[in-house]
Design a protein around this ligand. Sequence first.
Ligand code: NAD
Length: 367
Amino acid sequence: MGDYPLMSVFDAREYTGHELILHCRLGDTGHHAIIAIHDSTLGPALGGCRMWPYATDDEALTDVLRLSRGMTYKNALADLPLGGGKSVIIGDPATDRSPELWIAFAESVAALGGRYWTAQDVGLDMEDVVSIARHTQWVGGFDRATGQGRDPSRMTALGILHGIRAAVAHRLGRDTLDGVSVLVQGVGHVGGLVCHHLKEAGARVLVSDLNAARAASLAEALDAEVVSADAAYDTEADVYSPCALGATLNEHTIPRLRVAIVAGAANNQLSVPEAAQWLASRDILYAPDYVMNAGGVIDVGREAIEGATQPDTEARVVGIYDRLMQIFEAAAASGRTTSEVADGIAHERIGHSPLAKKRGPPPPRSG
Ligand code: NAD
């Protein structure tokens, strides 16, 4: 044995009994991937592949463990016959993407024989998905008939619209979005489409993006107001819709919020689980992110696993309204946070709590 202390994956803070963690060398590209299957009780694990220039391997491991667990909950709440998984490639998407990389990654996915289905996530575009799909069949968001990738943003944005409608109905007692003010933070693929939907529904739209030119051109097209990125948390509105990055709900931002509702698309919005309680104690209704943003995975997952048709899928995405109403009403009746209620529904559906499967104490030594 060498002198180096070995940090076990099973002791990692984000490890909660993940079923399988595969470290992959991606051919001779010099890059590596990690594939994590969190829980496959409900079916094969589905979750996108993220490419990111992680500073350390531990950072990549933390991300894939956290993201794959999130997919277990998202897929369960969306009533999909799918478990949760995710993959990360350690590399810079701006410089390190290559045909060799996608072939090697596809071979790693194929080696799992369908236990894990990959799809597009941050750092990959639809062309990359097509490249991967040439070398493995286990790819969601790819239409084999046309050979084209399917961008999940359209269905994600539709789900966000109906999620905001549900939150407004429950918290403000209003049946329509007419005159309701919504601040959308991040107007990229999803946020931009959400703004269009909101405008059509008669809402007063406020847009905020680090990319000031993007915010300005959308605001002009929709006759919306621009809020600077710095001012987003201090601006008065009925709804704050985080559609940029995660962890925007934290001890610094929550005291500043001047809204009645938080309902957006970003993954992992709560910096820590307690943030749900901080929001509740300020009487701000929180629509759990993984329920809100399931439209994309409903589209990609159903098409991949069930061969579902588009109109049928749209109806399922609109159903996010009813799912959220159920969660809001159960939270109001029980005094639990909306996050606790959502997690509880997932645990019930899976038949156990994946969070409870943290590694136990080591067995006593004999002799
Ligand atoms: P995107 O990269 O197209 O858009 C993100 C936008 O946010 C960009 O315009 C960026 O400039 C802006 N931004 C980044 N940091 C910001 C900040 N601090 N303040 C204001 N603006 C900021 O990404 P996307 O595909 O639209 O996804 C948005 C979020 O939704 C992500 O968190 C993603 O994980 C989540 N999500 C997306 C999908 C999907 O179908 N694309 C599905 C589920 C969840």
